[in-house]
Design a protein around this ligand. Structure first.
Ligand code: B1M
Length: 215
């Protein structure tokens, strides 16, 4: 029987090799990959997300847990792809034009992946046109944007405006975040959501997924 609890605990402690071993063992004994993902890896990451929100763990612990999650995901991905596993949502994420900060973005992306989202990471310094092009190419409907500088906050609006200019603003949900960003700013520029940390970002994208499923 697969050791889901052991997997979740090893992930929380950042024991990447242990997670990899337990996932491999579970697959070898024929355990369903989706169950391993949900009951082992995502379950472990959810605990970290809650602790992070409550200031019980901090950025280094989250990054170490995320690395352990990645080692498990690497084992699962080929099996999940073959089985046609449907993520709960698909997101294009980047840091906006002029901004090179990516630690927070990477953390949010790791949490999103940990929660079962598929994320296309466009990287840093990306314009509205680049985000629109990627959304069109992939057919995704959710966008996450990070800005860490007051001087690059206007670039968040430029992405929202690029979707308007492309005539597809109503087809996508856009969430923004980053240290200087606020809910008031999100409202001002017409973004659909704002999150002040990685755990809240997961909640925002879960809300988006529900809204889009109803459309
Ligand atoms: Co820069 N930098 N930096 N920096 N840097 C800040 C942001 C700054 C506040 C430092 C300071 O002066 N006190 C300041 C900005 C001031 C301002 O605009 N108000 C600043 C500055 C001025 C600069 C430069 C201009 C410095 C210079 O060259 N003169 C320059 C700009 C470069 C550029 O981007 N064009 C610069 C450069 C750099 C480094 C390259 C050296 C490095 C970045 C390395 C990297 O990211 N790979 C760096 C760093 C490390 C910082 C600080 C120290 C740390 C940022 C960080 O990673 N925090 C930062 C000071 C600080 O924040 N205390 C600072 C940890 C991270 C986990 O938090 O990114 O906030 P954060 O992400 C959080 C939330 O904000 C949220 O979730 C994350 C997890 O909880 N979140 C989202 C983030 N994105 C989200 C998106 C979402 C949702 C939530 O979407 C839905």
């Amino acid at each position: 029987m697969a050791d889901f609890e052991g997997m979740a605990k090893a992930l929380q402690s950042g024991k990447a090799a242990e997670v990899e071993r337990l996932v491999k063992e579970a697959l070898a004994e024929g355990m369903n990959a989706e169950r391993i993902l949900k009951e082992g890896l995502i379950a472990g990451m959810n605990v970290i997300a809650v602790k992070f929100r409550n200031n019980e763990v901090f950025v280094p612990e989250v990054l170490i847990a995320a690395r352990a999650m990645k080692s498990g995901l690497t084992q699962l991905e080929p099996v999940l792809a073959k089985a046609g596993f449907e993520p709960i949502g698909k997101v294009v994420f980047c840091t906006v034009k002029g901004d090179l900060h990516d630690i927070g973005k990477n953390l949010v992306i790791m949490m999103l992946k940990g929660a079962g989202f598929e994320v296309e990471d466009l990287g840093i310094d990306k314009s509205g046109e680049q985000v629109v092009a990627k959304i069109k190419e992939k057919g995704y409907k959710m966008v996450g944007l990070s800005a860490l500088l007051t001087t690059t906050m206007p670039a968040l609006k430029e992405v929202v405006d690029a979707f308007k200019a492309a005539g597809i603003r109503d087809q996508v949900r856009i969430a923004i975040g980053g240290a200087p960003v606020t809910q008031a700013y999100a409202d001002e520029i017409g973004a659909d959501g704002y999150a002040d940390d990685a755990a809240s970002a997961v909640d925002v994208f879960k809300r988006f997924a529900l809204e889009l499923a109803k459309k």
